[in-house]
Every structure is written in C-alpha cells, then in structure tokens.
Design a binder for this molecule. Sequence first.
Ligand code: ZN
Ligand code: FE
Ligand code: FE
Ligand code: FE
Length: 196
Amino acid sequence: MAKSSKQSTSKQSASSKKTNDQRQQGSQEPMLMELFYEELKDIYWAEKHLTKALPKMAKAASTEELKDAINEHLEITQTQVGRLEKVFELLGKKAQAKKCEAMEGLTKEADGVIEDTEDGSATRDVALILAAQKVEHYEIATYGGLATLASTLGLDEIHDLLGETLAEEKEADTTLTDIAENSINYEAAEESEEEE
Ligand code: ZN
Ligand code: FE
Ligand code: FE
Ligand code: FE
C-alpha cells in the first residue's frame, strides 16, 4: 500500500503542469486524483448494484443459454467488486460506494422490459439482451476512461486491474451479441402476440 501511494505521488508531481501546481496549492491532493476516487465510488456502487440486479434478469430469461450467460457474468461481477476493493486499497483509500444514477436507470429499464414482455418468449430474451448490453456499454465506457486516467496518474498497477475488468465487460458484450445473432433474434421474429 505504501509502495503504491509513493509511486503515485512521485509520478504525479513529475507530470503535473504549472497551472495544476498552482491550483493544487494548499490542498491535500490533486483535483484529478479526487475525481478519480469519486468515479471509483460510482462504479463500485454500480457493480454492487448489479450483483442484485443480474439474478433477477437471469430468472426472467426464457432460454437456458441466456440464463447461463447472465449467471456467468454475475460471478464475474462479484470478482469485479473485489477487484475494485483492491484498487481502493492500492490507493490507500476507503472502499466507499456512491450511488450511480446511470446504473440505477439502466437496471430500472431492465425491470421495465421484463414487465412489458411475455414470460417464456424469445422476445423477452431479446429485450433482456438489449438491456444487458446497455449495462455493459456503460461499464466499458467507465472502465476505459478510468484505466486511461490511472495511467495519467501514474498508477500502473491500478491501470492493469481496471484493464482486466474492461476486457471482461467487452467479452460479456460479445457473448450477448452472439446469443442474439445465433438464435434468439430469429426465434423472436417468428413470435406473434397472443390474443387478449
Ligand atoms: Zn460494472
Ligand atoms: Fe462489471
Ligand atoms: Fe455512474
Ligand atoms: Fe458487466
């Protein structure tokens, strides 16, 4: 822990611009580091929230294939929560969650499509895949940006940890696309609404 914070301080001051130095005068740490920490709290909340939302989505899925894919990503998500705790530790900061309004909104959308589609239908799965991919893309944007920021801040180990999660989110997105393209979308195209 001591090693990493020492590393970050030295690299940071080395790369700081004059204007930043002036702005930082009198404060404990660079503004960018503060932003980085706040953004970590946001994605930490989001990942923890997903460990509760993904089981609901898996349960609502019509096919075993989609259930399995979501459950597999649930396990990965739990690993990602632990990885973020490691990131906080490396920063020498408390692991703290701050509500992510975007992830709350995205999971509300997932709840909404479950309500709006028929149990057991392929259309349900198409809707769930769309909702899940919106979640993955939010995560891809977040981890991509945060990994880059970690590099800027000279936090190489943290950069690598965030990069690992980024790769997992991209893989989840690809898996969902494959399921949609290989079967579910075509099955759904054959479905018509039942008479009311
Ligand atoms: Zn996430
Ligand atoms: Fe994740
Ligand atoms: Fe957020
Ligand atoms: Fe994910």
